[in-house]
Unconditional design. Structure first.
Length: 133
């Protein structure tokens, strides 16, 4: 059977004007925030933010599940998965209030999860779940 994950609470954008979240600067693979599997809350993308990047250490054939969630109509969170050689190995586009992306990686090492903002108006608060099986 296939397991799924869903956020089951109301998301509220962080209070105040658009500004850095606790993982900044993480605007490139070189400055990626190293994280463990789990749920990261109170993240934020601003209109001038190029990308939020997170580094995850994976083993060959790990099953990586990436989920974003945000309020609808505030912008979008497209996602890319990048392998240790720098190649994008999977991606998906956000069409409403977040994405779900499942990827089996073939190589071990540091992989990057890139959250790419699209059409962010003033601020886009989002949550990110990274699960590894």
């Amino acid at each position: 059977s296939k397991a799924g994950y869903a956020f089951s609470y109301s998301l509220i954008d962080p209070v105040g004007p658009c500004g850095d979240d606790r993982f900044e600067p993480n605007d490139s693979d070189a400055t990626a925030a190293t994280v463990d599997a789990g749920v990261l809350t109170w993240l934020r993308l601003c209109p001038d933010d190029p990308v939020d990047t997170f580094a995850v250490d994976l083993q060959p054939f790990d099953h990586l599940r990436t989920t974003t969630h945000h309020l609808p109509m505030a912008g979008y969170t497209d996602v890319e998965i990048v392998d240790p050689s720098g190649q994008v190995i999977d991606s998906t586009m956000d069409y409403f209030d977040g994405v779900n992306l499942e990827t089996v990686v073939t190589t071990g090492g540091i992989h990057h999860v890139r959250v790419l903002p699209y059409d962010v108006q003033e601020t886009l608060g989002y949550d990110l779940a990274i699960w590894v099986d």
